[in-house]
Design a protein. Structure first.
Lengths: 573, 365
């Protein structure tokens, strides 16, 4: 998994050498961590919320699935090693039992004293969920421990199965979870034709996935996964013999298929999915902009939201039908002006912080972003920008007589803009400027010595990055129909930063993956919206620890990080 | 920008000097001049208008010192951690928030039982101790999970992990205790004012200043007169050399986080007593400002952080009325944060070594 993390490496190493007491300690730690993790999820209220989303109606909720995965994880962690079968199974079992026992402390405590005065999430419903609706708490705790034992054992067994089968199992159970959790959307999609409606009746009941449906989906997904991996293996063998031109053509065809899916999906899946995809599109735009600054040029900018705000405010000021408006332009003339203004603000942002490096730059840009927010909110700027009430009545754009009024139409606008922007970003990445940015990221002094004009290159990074954000802001203001300062909090900057880090810094497909994972997923699981930032925080730490190159890294980044690995083998204490 | 020292500076003609000025220099000088004009013009304007009497100025100054003392305490955590790890402990403001929350639950339960009114000193002491224990343990957990794995990693990874830790802490507390703003109990005996030299000063402010100064004195003594404190200073100076001298760097880091966490815990309770409310996002803005204070005082410099904190508090409290009222800006108190952030940015741009940075650099050389 990760060779970068010395702590994990030593743990692995220890368990292989296997002194009995250290093995026991390792098992105990895995169990206790799993139990504490469960208690944590329960105490912040996430577990109960997950419990309210069923995967299989009346059989399995997302909450219980989370606990099961925690138990399996503990089992896997404890059963690692390469001795005989027996001890490893025993260790998995023990870790599961310990995890269950630790977690069962919570219901015991909750039934003894009421803690709700402090911890608002420790509700009676949570107690019911943790004890599996059993009559007494003791009985519930015994069930918890037994469940821990079983899941721990499953985890241990999983370490023994070959990696390929494990992957197919994971794909299949993942598909079942997706099919169960997103049942509403899938049912809407399945009602589009006669044949699909029949399929829908086999798999789903009115309120969710049925057990038989789950089994069918599991089996089909497993079979597809096996078939797909056989196919890709054959294709990989062929690919070596393929000419570059043919490979390029295959890539182009793949790209066209993706675009076709993107065009058709919101029409099939309904307005809500269209809205989510539009939001994801806006974040992809912003992500591509920040990617130029952080991913390519290495300038960590936490005030990025300011550019987004400029785009939105300028568009609103130029098009809106309210007393603050400066003009009554159409959206299509206002948008380029908004983008230009964002570029100007980006350069103005960049000039004072030209000489600030590294971590200080992050704080300085954060401060600049906050200054913009404070000014926009104040009474001082209220006559111009509307203060806390914002600017209302921004009209929707009209495209050759067709008003783009619904979220689906606006999604197409976003899609076109994103594709144009992606093309620009891609060309920039491979241009002379892009290479200068990467040189700057790797070493400022060396880049300067090589003749890179630092001032120009840095200001271009800020300006062009801001252009993407301004475009996103411009579309955002017409989407909302109004602009409020509260839409431009620091969390947006962090949000965009998180998505390019999860996707992979400096990688365009990474931006798309990151936006889909961090913006699309929480939107689809609406009720977890409150926990989205918790998820971001955890994602930032975990990605940096486990996979610093991101989910879909750029080729250069991957190479660099592997070079780093080689250096890190000898610890430089 | 042009940091290179030219040996033939005197020999340069005026034309050459003009030629060397880039538009970036012009922009930076404009920024300096604009800030100066606002500060001086605003001050003169305000003094001419004389809308505020001396009692009000004293109020502003006392409040500035109060809030500055709290910033100073938080800034100490930033400065020590930066000294030892060269890392911005982005979650430090949130560690202060955890202290404030812990104090909230202790203080409200004492308030309900009447213990806070009957025996305020003991009650506040216990509140502080609990909050210090909680904030210190959380600081240590954060260090273990989010900072230790990155101790030898260059680049963005440590800072990004720290940002993640900050968000994670905030959202955890929101999940645990809800997103509502909770109001701290009133200290009734501390609401009346005390007459000092003819000016009325709230007892609360005196209490806060005393507590902050006392705790910082203890910290100063620890850093300067104990073995562990010496080790901290040694590691700040040169990590490798300190390790060669037999100092356990890991222990020093843990001790640093303990001290910083304890200071943040006390600061959290004091901050909450001053502003009377706690909520999960409360730590962020004071955290960023306190980082500014730490840089202002020269990062890694313990007395510098204290001075920087007080300066920042004064600027923030006196500034809006003094600078902005004079140039006719409505509701200047809304721009309090603007002054703090402008100060932060100006320091980062123009004096990243801080007020005492050069003196220290000379001492070390």
């Amino acid at each position: 998994m990760s060779a970068t993390d010395p702590a994990i490496a030593t743990v692995l190493h220890d368990s292989e050498v296997a002194a009995p007491e250290s093995v026991f300690r390792h098992t105990a730690i895995a169990g206790v961590l799993a139990g504490v993790g469960g208690i944590y999820l329960a105490a912040i209220g996430l577990l109960l919320l997950l419990h309210e989303r069923p995967i299989i109606v009346d059989v399995l909720s997302l909450g219980h699935a989370t606990l099961i995965f925690t138990g399996i994880g503990a089992g896997i962690a404890a059963a690692r090693g390469n001795e005989a079968l027996g001890p490893r199974l025993l260790r998995g079992l023990m870790a599961g039992v310990i995890g269950g026992a630790v977690l069962s402390l919570l219901p015991l405590l909750m039934s003894a004293v009421s803690l709700r005065y402090m911890f608002i999430s420790l509700s009676p419903q949570l107690l019911q969920m943790l004890t599996f609706d059993s009559d007494t708490v003791t009985q519930g705790c015994l069930i918890l421990i037994a469940a821990g034992a079983v899941t721990g054992l499953i985890g241990a067994v999983m370490t023994l199965t070959p990696a390929a089968i494990r992957r197919h199992l994971m794909v299949a159970s993942g598909t079942v979870i997706v099919a169960g959790v997103l049942q509403q959307l899938i049912q809407i999609m399945l009602q589009t034709s006669e044949l699909l409606t029949q399929l829908n009746e086999v798999l789903y009941s009115w309120d969710g996935l049925m057990l038989q449906g789950a089994v069918i989906i599991f089996v089909v997904a497993f079979a597809l996964s096996v078939g797909y991996s056989a196919l890709t293996a054959r294709r990989a063998a062929n690919a070596a013999a393929q000419t570059p031109a043919a490979r390029k053509r295959a890539q182009l065809i793949n790209g066209l298929i993706i675009v076709a899916i993107l065009v058709v999906l919101p029409l099939v899946a309904g307005i809500y999915v269209g809205q989510v995809m539009m939001l994801v599109g806006l974040y992809i735009l912003m992500g591509m902009g920040l990617n130029l600054e952080v991913g390519l040029a290495g300038l960590l900018d936490l005030g990025f939201v300011a550019f987004f705000a400029v785009g939105a405010y300028v568009t609103a000021l130029l098009t809106a039908d309210n007393p603050h408006a400066l003009a009554a332009m159409s959206f299509w003339t206002a948008m380029p002006i908004a983008v230009l203004c964002s570029i100007m603000v980006g350069v103005m942002f960049g000039i004072p912080v030209l000489g600030v490096r590294g971590d200080y730059l992050a704080v300085a840009t954060l401060g600049l972003g906050e200054i913009v927010r404070v000014i926009v909110l104040s009474d001082f700027a209220a006559p111009l920008l509307g203060g806390a009430q914002g600017l209302l009545q921004v009209p929707r754009p009209v495209f050759f007589g067709i008003p783009l009024s619904g979220p689906v139409q606006l999604f197409y606008l976003t899609l076109v803009c994103s594709m144009v922007a992606a093309y620009c970003a891609w060309r920039l990445e491979n241009s002379r400027l892009g290479r200068a940015w990467m040189a700057l990221r790797d070493d400022e002094d060396v880049a300067q010595a090589l003749g890179v004009n630092l001032v120009r290159v840095k200001l271009l990074a800020y300006g062009l990055g801001a252009a993407f954000a301004g475009l996103a802001g411009s579309i955002f203001s017409t989407m909302l129909g109004s602009v409020y300062p509260s839409s431009f909090q620091l969390v947006i900057s962090i949000n965009v930063l998180a998505l390019i880090i999860v996707g992979g810094m400096g990688s365009l497909p990474g931006v798309v993956v990151g936006a889909a994972a961090l913006v699309g997923l929480p939107e689809l699981l609406r009720e977890f919206g409150e926990y989205r930032y918790l998820f971001y925080g955890a994602a930032l730490i975990l990605m940096m620890r486990i996979r610093p190159e991101g989910l879909w890294p750029s080729a250069t980044r991957r190479r660099e990080l592997h070079a780093d690995d080689d250096l890190l083998v000898s610890p430089a204490e | 920008m042009s940091g290179a020292v030219l040996p033939a500076r005197q020999a340069m003609t005026l034309r050459q000097m003009l030629h060397r000025i880039t538009f970036v220099d012009v922009a930076l000088w404009t920024l300096r001049i604009v800030v100066l004009v606002v500060v001086i013009g605003g001050t003169i304007g305000t003094l001419i208008k004389s809308r505020y009497g001396s009692a009000q100025w004293v109020d502003f100054i006392v409040f500035g010192v109060t809030i500055g003392a709290i910033y100073a305490q938080v800034a100490l955590g930033y400065t020590m951690v930066y000294g030892v790890l060269r890392l911005i402990n982005f979650a430090h403001g949130d560690i202060m928030m955890t202290g404030a929350f812990a104090g909230y639950f202790v203080a409200t339960s004492y308030d309900r039982s009447g213990f806070l009114a009957a025996n305020p000193f003991t009650a506040i002491m216990i509140t502080m101790v609990v909050s210090v224990v909680i904030s210190t343990s959380i600081a240590l957990i954060v260090e273990r999970i989010a900072y230790r794995p990155f101790r030898h990693v260059r680049g963005f990874a440590p800072l990004i992990s720290a940002i993640g830790a900050s968000f994670f802490l905030e959202q955890t507390f929101r999940g645990l205790f809800g997103s509502s703003v909770k109001s701290y109990p009133d200290l009734h005996w501390a609401s009346p004012t005390l007459n000092v030299l003819g000016y009325n000063i709230p007892k609360m402010d005196i209490l806060v200043i005393c507590a902050a100064v006392l705790s910082m004195a203890v910290l100063y003594a620890i850093v300067n007169h104990t073995k562990m404190g010496t080790a901290i200073r040694a590691v700040s100076e040169d990590k490798e050399a300190a390790a060669l001298m037999g100092i356990d760097v890991n222990k020093v880091v843990i001790f640093t986080f303990t001290l910083g966490g304890a200071m943040a815990g006390i600061a959290g309770v004091l901050y909450a007593f001053v502003f009377k409310q706690v909520y999960f996002f409360m730590g962020f803005t004071p955290g960023v400002k306190a980082f500014g204070a730490a840089v202002l005082g020269g990062i890694g410099n313990v007395p510098g952080a204290m001075v920087g904190g007080i300066c920042l508090g004064l600027f923030e409290s006196v500034g809006p009325s003094l600078f902005f009222d004079g140039i006719g800006i409505p509701a200047p108190y809304q721009l309090r944060d603007l002054i703090a952030f402008t100060l932060l940015i100006m320091v980062l741009i123009f004096r990243p070594n801080g007020l005492f940075g050069e003196r220290l650099a000379k001492e070390r050389a």
